[in-house]
Write a protein that binds this ligand. Structure first.
Ligand SMILES: Nc1nc2c(c(=O)[nH]1)N[C@H]1C(S)=C(S)[C@@H](COP(=O)(O)OP(=O)(O)OC[C@H]3O[C@@H](n4cnc5c(=O)[nH]c(N)nc54)[C@H](O)[C@@H]3O)O[C@H]1N2
Ligand SMILES: Nc1nc2c(c(=O)[nH]1)N[C@H]1C(S)=C(S)[C@@H](COP(=O)(O)OP(=O)(O)OC[C@H]3O[C@@H](n4cnc5c(=O)[nH]c(N)nc54)[C@H](O)[C@@H]3O)O[C@H]1N2
Ligand code: SF4
Ligand SMILES: [Mo]
Length: 811
């Protein structure tokens, strides 16, 4: 182990990074390490008496799904230490426990005092993407942005203004991106997107099966695991993706322990969610979960383990009896599995074994367990739906609880990701967007260069039949999808670089990210540690809801400003100042919105008390934790939101879409969920050249690209590619080697970890590393998106960023 850590740190790339940072802080890398401020910072900090230690509550606001309490200690206006929640009783009732931050939140000081910090507004001077900027004043910056907005609206219309996805300040409610949306809406609107990089495919797909009522499209709470006899998790990895002491993992582990439930985890990678907490790990080839499900379904059907009464009463399309009139003969699920459907293939365990890499005997065993354990809690993570057949895979997995009737009862789940409670924090009103047309979240970069081809039938355009205007003005607020987090970055760079396409790009961030390098105008935001706010719980906090106070710990460094301040300034340039501010400054908005919340819920503490005492928590009610409980009790009175009101195994809406939409060759949309062999799967002829599957998991060393620029995190969590010893032997590679990972889209350089924790033929690495191409276009930063494809999934037009073929060799 030591070996690769040292190698990774001492590798040329890493050494250069350290040196760069050292130079940026005047040769004192140590000052960053020790948490001492940069010179400018100390000079500007004025809030405290000499020598006095002050402590305020704050929170980690990134998009990991959680929200953790932080206690920020400062002395002479400088952060000295970050502590997390220090209250609570871990042995007490749920909700009284400590909401402990993970390694990332605890290192937030180094994100504040970071040599990459954007200090002043800056204007591009070199070529776009070259990263050369010149310092300008805030007045100049606001004038420039206002002028470009006015020009864009006049020349192209409001639907050519786009705000990118960006989740770096997921927790903001009265500041941040909503401030820009509020202003842009007042200016006539902007092009919005629907869906998101996280759950775009599953959220689009499951309503076809379970209806569009929100209660039906989400799973049960993980607390129901307590009542289950068997727990089956498909690519669900809360120990790494839900790391907060207050979040989903906390409840998940408690529930798992309470009844010592038998736990089976299906994942190509042996994750931290396992490490002995599982009974069985079934490594599966990426992108093949739907085939596994079909093999299981075959056993369930042929061995009479399906819940026929449930299927008859609650479902459409399992067999001939419940097939809608519009469907073709033998269009039902049973026929599809037994080889009597249109493809004529019997989905036996042996058939599934060939595809998934899981032995037929194992599939049979798993099927018998799932078929007999009552109740059975089945769930999935969202890495699966980031594969090329994402929607199909998600819909396939939910077939298991459906076939076995494990729905709407204690100890069951719909097969969806688990539910979470949320307590609403006060939120600044954003108004309504006069622009109706919407682009799917992953297709926004297409809308820069091929908008005229994009219609509702080809590219999932909503709100209009087609796109009428290309994207001309881009605002990337608190997001790194302009470059780093979107796919196929070498190609993306070509699109974004072209000034004849997107004419003006504004990036508002804390750091000089890959996206920031492509800005025409850079706006330096305050960090959340330098800001006041009241945030909600994260969206994956289990049954914990709450209000999280953030109290400004230090004065904003350099010339940074908050989004609200920027927008108020901009609004003056549109004659909208009074309308925008309603006579309030930021603090007054927060106080006003909080007092409105108090009127709705008199139980919450005063803002003053909240800021003094720390997060206020509310636990979800005990009832209502089982998904589709009402439907199970009385399907007539409580229909799910599908056209038939039933669970649609055969979806009539998809039947229509199948006929009407124009999708790419090789893609399949079908009324039944089914396994589809896709582009760049293990069966693609391209494997001759690029034989290894690769995907990028959400690593504990970062939240996406945020927290990447903290050297300590880079040391404690391995950054590089995992490879099975058999694949490594073939390539003569050992742990610690520096390798090139490449395909026809790009090449990256990373360290390698040879481990049986990943199955043969498959490789994986943490996503979110910083894209840093050298002059030859080789990404020395090791960003997986140098290798990913912009080809979207067929139904939701989502991000298949986990579907990649590569080859690996010694660098
Ligand atoms: N530490 C950390 N936590 C995070 C984040 C982060 O960046 N860092 N990001 C947050 C956000 S925004 C999101 S959306 C969530 C993402 O949460 P997920 O989407 O669930 O996370 P992933 O790591 O992409 O995938 C989860 C697991 O699926 C496995 N997997 C990948 N492909 C397949 C497949 O085809 N089949 C099966 N069975 N398994 C597969 C991976 O090995 C991984 O263990 O995480 C959140 N939490
Ligand atoms: N290959 C691959 N790509 C992926 C994924 C994957 O699994 N594989 N996952 C996808 C998913 S699920 C998601 S959610 C996206 C996430 O993509 P993004 O939403 O872009 O998330 P981050 O990369 O964390 O970028 C957040 C940015 O916000 C900035 N930021 C942080 N705090 C502040 C602040 O206070 N103010 C401002 N102005 N900026 C701030 C950070 O510096 C960072 O640049 O990535 C997607 N991309
Ligand atoms: S990254 Fe997530 S789990 Fe870690 S401290 Fe921040 S909010 Fe908590
Ligand atoms: Mo996400």
């Amino acid at each position: 182990m030591k070996n690769w850590i040292n190698e990774a740190i001492l590798s040329p790339m890493k050494r250069r990074t350290f040196m760069k940072w050292g130079a940026a802080v005047g040769g004192t890398t140590a000052a960053v390490g020790m948490g001492l401020p940069l010179k400018a910072a100390a000079a500007e900090a004025t809030t405290q008496q000499d020598g006095e230690t002050k402590t305020v509550w704050s929170a980690c606001m990134v998009n990991c799904g959680s929200r953790c309490a932080l206690r920020v200690h400062t002395k002479d206006g400088v952060i000295t230490q970050i502590e997390t929640d220090n209250r609570g009783d871990d042995n007490g009732e749920f909700g009284t426990h400590q909401i402990r931050a993970c390694l990332r939140g605890r290192s937030i000081k180094h994100r504040v005092y970071n040599p990459d910090r954007l200090k002043y507004p800056m204007k591009r001077v070199g070529e776009r993407g070259e990263g050369r900027f010149e310092r300008i004043s805030w007045d100049e910056a606001m004038d420039l942005m206002a002028d470009k907005l006015k020009y864009t609206i006049k020349e192209y219309g409001n639907d050519s203004i786009f705000i990118t996805y960006g989740s770096g300040t997921q927790g903001y409610r009265t500041d941040g991106k909503d401030c820009f949306k509020r202003l842009f809406n007042m200016m006539g609107g902007f092009l919005d997107y629907y869906g998101n990089y996280s759950w775009g495919q599953i959220m689009f797909a499951l309503p076809f099966t379970y209806g569009d009522k929100k209660a039906a499209a989400y799973g049960s709470y993980t607390t129901e695991i307590e009542n289950a006899e068997l727990l089956v998790m498909f690519g669900y990895n809360p120990a790494e993706t839900r790391m907060s002491g207050g979040g989903e993992i906390h409840e998940h582990i408690n529930a798992q322990r309470k009844n010592n439930v038998r736990t089976i985890i299906i994942d190509p990678r042996y994750t931290d969610t396992m490490l002995g907490k599982e009974d069985e790990w079934l490594p599966i080839r990426p992108g093949t979960d739907a085939a596994l499900v079909e093999g299981i379904a075959h056993v369930l059907i042929t061995e009479n383990l399906v819940d026929q009464d449930f299927l008859d009463k609650y479902c459409q399309g399992y067999d001939e009896k419940s097939l809608p009139a519009s469907a073709p003969k033998n269009g039902h699920y049973k026929a599809h599995i037994l080889g009597q459907g249109p493809d004529g293939i019997e989905k036996t365990p042996a058939w599934a074994a060939d595809i998934t890499g899981i032995p037929a005997k194992k599939i049979q065993q798993l099927a018998r367990e799932i078929g007999t354990a009552k109740p059975c809690f089945i769930t999935q993570g969202t890495g699966i739906q980031r594969q090329a057949n994402g929607e199909q895979a998600s819909r396939a997995i939910v077939m298991l609880p459906i076939l076995t009737g494990n729905i709407g009862l204690p100890g069951t789940n719909t097969g969806d990701m688990p539910a979470n409670y949320s307590y609403p924090a006060p939120r600044i009103p954003v108004g309504t967007n006069p622009v109706q047309v919407k682009v799917p979240f992953f297709k926004w970069s297409d809308a820069i260069w091929r908008h005229e081809e994009m219609t509702n039938k080809t590219d999932g355009i909503q709100g209009d039949e087609r796109m009428r205007t290309p994207i001309k003005f881009i605002l990337a607020y608190s997001g790194n999808v302009l470059m780093n987090q979107h796919a196929d970055l070498n190609r993306q760079a070509e699109i974004v670089k072209d000034e004849s396409l997107a004419e003006f790009i504004v990036v508002c961030d804390n750091h000089m990210t890959a996206s920031a390098r492509y800005a025409d105008l850079l706006l330096p935001d305050v960090t959340t540690i330098e800001n006041n706010e009241v945030s909600s719980d994260g969206y994956s906090s289990g049954s914990l809801g709450g209000l999280f106070p953030l109290v400004r710990a230090i004065e904003p460094l350099y010339e940074t400003r908050s989004a609200y301040q920027m927008c108020a300034e901009l609004s003056k340039r549109f004659g909208l100042y009074d309308q925008y501010t309603e006579g309030r400054d930021r603090e007054q908005w927060l106080e006003y919105l909080y007092s409105e919340r108090m009127k709705q819920d008199p139980n919450i503490p005063s803002l003053e008390d909240l800021r003094k005492d720390g997060p206020y928590t509310v636990v979800a009610p005990k009832e209502g934790r089982i998904a589709l409980e009402d439907f199970r009790k009385d399907p007539k009175a409580n229909p799910v939101g599908t056209p038939s009101g039933l669970i649609e195994i055969y979806s009539t809406k998809l039947e229509t879409i199948t006929k009407e939409w124009d999708i790419e060759d090789g893609d399949v949309i079908s009324p039944l969920p089914q396994y589809v062999t896709t582009w760049e799967s293990h069966l693609d002829p391209k494997t001759e050249q690029f034989p290894l599957q690769l995907f990028g998991y959400h690593t504990k060393g970062r939240t996406h690209s945020t927290y990447h620029n903290i050297p300590w995190l880079r040391e404690v969590v391995f950054d590089g590619i995992w490879m099975n010893p058999m694949d490594a032997a073939k390539r003569n590679l050992k742990s610690g080697d520096f390798v090139k990972v490449f395909n026809d889209r790009g090449e990256i350089r990373v360290a390698i970890k040879v481990t049986p924790r990943i199955m043969p033929g498959v490789t994986a690495m943490g996503q979110g590393a910083w894209y840093s191409p050298d002059k030859k276009g080789v990404d020395q930063g090791g960003c997986i998106n140098s290798l990913t494809s912009q080809r979207a999934t067929p139904l939701s037009k989502g991000n298949a960023q986990h579907t990649i073929l590569v080859e690996v060799a010694k660098a």
